[in-house]
Design a protein. Structure first.
Length: 314
C-alpha cells in the first residue's frame, strides 16, 4: 500500500463481493463483481466530484486481481464509472493497480443519505489466497466553492479465501426427463453441480449419445437415444475421490441383440410374432389356428391328420 494522501474521506465506504465469500480464483473461474457502497453517515451535505478506486494487481497474496480488465457503473443518475489507463491526469497510486474512476455529473454532486453504489464488473480475481486492500481516493468537500488540494484516502480490505474442496453433496438430482420411452426414443439426462467439475456418463450398449454429444462433459445435460432398459451412471471426481450417481430409463418395446428363454414358463406371445430370419423349434410346435405358408413346408417325417393318417399335399 502506498503512503496515504493528506486528508480523510468525508464519505463512508463498504465493500461487497459477488459471489460472497470471495475465493482465490481457480482455473476457468467466472469473473467477479465488486459493489462499493458509498454513503454519507454525517449530518452535513457532502459534495463529491470524483472517486478513484485502485485494485492491487498481480499474483501475490495482497493482489486482488490478476488482470486489469473490467468495467463499471453507478446507481446514481449522471455518475459514470470507467477504467483508467496509465498516464492519466489524476492522482493514482504508483505500482501495479487496476484503477477505476467514478465521476459525478457537472462539477460535483451532492451525496445524501441515499448514497451511491459503485459496481465494478468482469474482474478476474488472483489465484493466491490472502487479504488485498482496495485504495480509495475521494475528491469531496463540504463547501462547493472550495475543493481540497488533495483527495481523502482510505483502504478497504477484502479477503480472498482458499478455494474450498467441492463437497460430494454439491452434485445431486441426476435424473432422466422421462422414466419410460419407446425403443429409439430420445433421452435427456440432467443434474445439478458445480460447472468446474468434469462429468462422465457411463451406460451400456442400449444407449447411444446424440450427434456431437460426448459422454464426458462440463455441462449439466446429456442427450441420446435408448433401445432397451438402460442404467445410466454419472461419474465425477472431487477431493481426489471418484463418486457416482445413477438413474435408469425403461423401454416398453425393447430391441435386443439376442434372447434366450429358460425355465418352465417358456415364451408367451399374445399378438403376432414376426420372424425375419429362420425359426428353429427344437421340440413340438402346437398351432391352434391356421398355418399358412407361401412356399413349401418340409418335414423329415409325416404330417398326420387327427385319425393318424399321413397327409398328402395338393
Amino acid at each position: 500500500m502506498n503512503a496515504p494522501d493528506i486528508g480523510k474521506p468525508l464519505l463512508d465506504y463498504a465493500l461487497i463481493t459477488e459471489p460472497f465469500p470471495l475465493y482465490a480464483a481457480t482455473t476457468d473461474a467466472p469473473p467477479t463483481t465488486l459493489h462499493i457502497v458509498v454513503s454519507n453517515g454525517g449530518g452535513s451535505t457532502v459534495f463529491c466530484r470524483e472517486i478513484v478506486f485502485s485494485l492491487p494487481h498481480g499474483d501475490l497474496a495482497q493482489s486482488l486481481v490478476d488482470a486489469t480488465s473490467g468495467d463499471g457503473d453507478a446507481s446514481a443518475a449522471g455518475w459514470t464509472v470507467t477504467p483508467l489507463q496509465k498516464g492519466v491526469d489524476l492522482v493514482v497510486p504508483e505500482g501495479d493497480y487496476a484503477n477505476f474512476v467514478a465521476k459525478a455529473p457537472g462539477d460535483g454532486a451532492q451525496v445524501d443519505a441515499s448514497g451511491i453504489t459503485i459496481t465494478l464488473k468482469n474482474l478476474h480475481i488472483s489465484k493466491m489466497p490472502g487479504t488485498a486492500r482496495v485504495e480509495v481516493r475521494e475528491t469531496a468537500t463540504l463547501d462547493a466553492g472550495h475543493w481540497p488540494p488533495s483527495p481523502g484516502f482510505v483502504t478497504l480490505p477484502v479477503t480472498k479465501f482458499p478455494a474450498p474442496l467441492i463437497p460430494v453433496q454439491a452434485v445431486c438430482d441426476f435424473r432422466a426427463d422421462k422414466l419410460e420411452v419407446s425403443s429409439g426414443s430420445p433421452v435427456r439426462l440432467t443434474w445439478n453441480g458445480p460447472s468446474t467439475l468434469e462429468y462422465t456418463i457411463l451406460h451400456g450398449a442400449g444407449a447411444t449419445p446424440a450427434g456431437s454429444q460426448k459422454d464426458t462433459t462440463t455441462d449439466h445435460e446429456w442427450h441420446g437415444t435408448v433401445t432397451r432398459d438402460t442404467a445410466f451412471v454419472l461419474q465425477y471426481v472431487t477431493g481426489g475421490t471418484t463418486h457416482y450417481l445413477s438413474t435408469a430409463v425403461m423401454v416398453d418395446n425393447p430391441t435386443v441383440n439376442g434372447l434366450k428363454i429358460v425355465g418352465d414358463e417358456g415364451l408367451h406371445v399374445t399378438k403376432d410374432a414376426h420372424v425375419d430370419g429362420d425359426l428353429n423349434v427344437g421340440r413340438n410346435a402346437g398351432i391352434t389356428g391356421t398355418l399358412a405358408a407361401t412356399e413349401d413346408i418340409t418335414t423329415h417325417a409325416h404330417f398326420i391328420d387327427p385319425d393318424g393318417r399321413p397327409l398328402r399335399s395338393n
